[in-house]
Ligand binder design. Structure first.
Ligand code: ZN
Length: 200
């Protein structure tokens, strides 16, 4: 199967193409979202270069990002020892954002987009090791990238939703819901209810 990623710099291939497991994960994401469009992958040497390219200030901690059907990756040599994941994981994470943003026409809430990206990139495992404390976020739909707990909150909430309803149901809701905040599964009230169950 053609993975249909258009790598603009072949240096990225050495981290990926010998990795059958990674390729299967990418194909799985394409299948579950029924998304087979070509996606460009660009490589940058510094965060500053990314900021200039995007015309906006990108935070120093960013190692990958995306816009429309383009993934932007920072050179792995710069961040491979930071413990934020592998090159392949971050690429899958950004790929999920491209897909979700496209199929929801950019309506998906930040926490849901991040939590699903972390689920498919298998990053939730890393984050759950950090803390076992019970957790509930009152204003999850207002979360932005300014909140340093964003990734933790997103991962733990999506994990709870998947445990209760299964991934297929969650993906179906993401694709078909018109009002996320009021949805009977993804909405504020239900997240509160599920979180309460986990916290007692
Ligand atoms: Zn993300």
């Amino acid at each position: 199967m053609n993975i249909n990623l258009n790598f603009k710099d072949i240096r990225m291939l050495k981290y990926l193409l010998s990795d059958d497991v990674w390729i299967k994960k990418l194909q799985k994401i394409r299948e579950v979202f029924d998304f087979y469009s070509s996606v460009d992958v660009l490589l940058f040497e510094s965060v500053k270069e990314i900021s200039i390219y995007l015309g906006l200030e990108v935070p120093e901690w960013v190692v990958g990002t995306y816009f429309d059907k383009t993934i932007i990756m920072l050179d792995y040599e710069i961040w491979k020892n930071k413990g934020v994941g592998t090159f392949g994981q971050i690429l899958l994470h950004e790929f999920v954002h491209v897909v979700i943003t496209k199929i929801t026409k950019n309506r998906c809430p930040v926490w849901l987009n991040e939590g699903i990206a972390m689920y498919f990139a298998e990053q939730q495992v890393n984050i759950f090791k950090k803390t076992n404390e019970d957790f509930y976020c009152e204003n999850i739909f207002e979360l932005t990238y300014d909140n340093e707990e964003l990734y933790f909150i997103s991962a733990i909430t999506v994990d709870r939703l998947i445990k209760v309803y299964g991934i297929e149901t969650i993906l179906f809701r993401i694709k078909n819901v018109s009002n996320y905040k009021e949805d009977y599964i993804l909405g504020v009230d239900n997240i509160k209810r599920i979180s309460y169950q986990y916290c007692i």
